[in-house]
Design a protein around this ligand. Structure first.
Ligand code: IMP
Length: 450
């Protein structure tokens, strides 16, 4: 079988800047596929100077020759999808109708999923801190075999109504028991509304397998744009503080309907410092003046975490929530290398880390952990909310650096920045092939020798 699939995955908790390397890889791709999650993810693409915030359509859509697929592993909020398609068309991106393909097997997010997301979070003693986009409840219905797929929307409305009726029975009982009459779903009106939405999207809804078979047989390049990240994976992340899909490479291949034998290369993406939204363990987190809901406490003295957040503009693309920030964590990268088979790393925000170092006077890199009395170089499986969080063991670099996008070669980097990269490579066991030096797509150093 031809091996021409490139998979791009996040190595921490999302927001690593996957879009930059994804755009680069998509430039010569025939197929660009989104495989997991829904509009809990967010990435911004730049098309002829206009920046376009996308949540569902693969960023590869800016390549006029690429076919962009939303795979069966994705859950879709149709209003969001339709407004993205409109935005892309209004921006003048060519041939959207011919190039966008949506798997008929992808599941639909309904308004009741969003209400359930809020309700489940409110019921929990330790909420996950979800994006409240209905992602988890939609996947739960999928697993319960009561989910509604894109193909279902094209059924006659009485057939669709029957399916929705089945899906909403337990949800409506729950809404009633919690005095949420406003959330009670009506199958008849939903069937009518969603059949119409399905009709609007009909030209994109298709069986994606022949497109994929064709591309593999013709040795065309296929790029999978991963969403979310390793530590948010349902099976391999910080359960229960995770999302409800599998963003590790094996999960993305399944969600994109791709055979593992056709895999060519896996690029893991990280930032030179780390960040997280939502709750859950974050061993290298720095203290910051944000409250338990993620709001910045005004007038508080800026702490290390605030400085990193402000220099990195770490506020969620999707929810605008201030992100928790911390130092680079290599044991997680080391674990990600094996769980996802990562060949190369792309480290973004090397410029920002230099600024952080200049402001604080130092930069730290976590190279291993102290955990349960032992020194370990991987992320332990048995961490939970009340459990012990691994204690980072740091290497410290004194000072920082100033670089900008004019720096295009690794050899031009300041020695301290190179030292940082060497520490990450040694501790993670992954070669750093790409380094982000600024916000634009071409603010990137590519080490061709790796
Ligand atoms: P959910 O995916 O909305 O259920 O949220 C579960 C957890 O995953 C929350 O902590 C979210 O903030 C986080 N999450 C989900 N998608 C992303 C993403 O694309 N980037 C960063 N965090 C995410």
């Amino acid at each position: 079988m031809n091996k021409n699939i490139t998979v791009i995955v996040g190595t921490k908790w999302g927001d690593e800047g996957k879009g930059k390397i994804a755009s680069r890889e998509a430039e010569n791709a025939k197929l660009v596929i989104r495989a997991t999650g829904g509009n809990n993810a967010g990435h911004t693409i730049i098309y002829k100077g206009t920046s376009l915030p996308l949540h569902l359509v693969p960023g590869g859509i800016s390549n006029p020759n690429a076919i962009c697929i939303i795979g069966p592993g994705v859950v879709l909020d149709l209003e969001v999808l339709l407004s993205e398609i409109e935005l892309l068309k209004n921006t003048g991106i060519p041939n959207i109708d011919e190039r966008l393909k949506i798997s008929g097997r992808a599941h639909v997010i309904f308004p009741y999923h969003k209400e359930l997301d809020i309700l489940y979070e409110n019921m929990k003693k330790h909420p996950v801190g979800t994006t409240k986009r209905g992602i988890g409840p939609s996947y739960a219905d999928k697993n319960n075999r009561t989910g509604i797929r894109m193909y279902d929307l094209l059924l006659p409305t009485d057939k669709l109504k029957e399916k929705i009726e089945e899906a909403i029975k337990p949800h409506n009982q729950l809404f009633k028991a919690n005095n949420m009459e406003y959330a009670i779903a009506d199958a008849k009106s939903l069937a009518k509304e969603y059949h119409l939405l399905g009709k609007k999207l009909e030209k994109y809804i298709t069986d994606i397998s022949p497109i994929i078979l064709d591309a593999i047989d013709n040795n065309e390049k296929i790029v999978v744009e991963g969403a979310q990240a390793f530590r948010l994976d349902l099976d391999h992340g910080d359960y229960p503080m995770v999302t409800s899909s599998n963003p590790v490479v094996s999960g993305t291949l399944c969600g994109a309907a791709l055979p593992p034998q056709a895999l060519n290369v896996v690029i893991g993406v990280d930032k030179a410092y780390n960040s997280r939204v939502g709750n859950g363990p974050f061993p290298t987190e720095l203290p910051a003046s944000i409250d338990e809901n993620g709001n910045v406490i005004k007038d508080a003295v800026p702490l290390e975490g605030d400085i990193v957040r402000d220099l990195g503009h770490e506020y969620g693309t999707t929810t605008k929530r201030p992100r928790r920030c911390g130092w680079m964590d290599c044991p997680i990268l080391h674990s990600a290398k094996y769980t996802s088979g990562i060949d190369y790393l792309c480290l973004n925000h090397l410029d920002t880390l230099g600024q952080i170092g200049l402001k604080l006077g130092y930069i730290k890199v976590c190279t291993s952990y102290k955990y349960k009395g032992k020194v370990i170089n991987y992320y332990p499986d048995d961490i939970n909310l009340s459990g012990e969080i691994p204690e980072p063991i740091y290497e410290t670099l004194q000072g920082g650096w100033e670089i900008d996008s004019s720096c295009k070669n690794y050899s031009e980097l300041p020695d301290l920045a190179k030292k940082f990269v060497e520490i990450v490579e040694k501790a993670s066991g992954i070669p750093v092939k790409y380094l982000g030096t600024g916000p634009a797509n071409d603010d990137l150093i590519v080490r061709e020798d790796i």
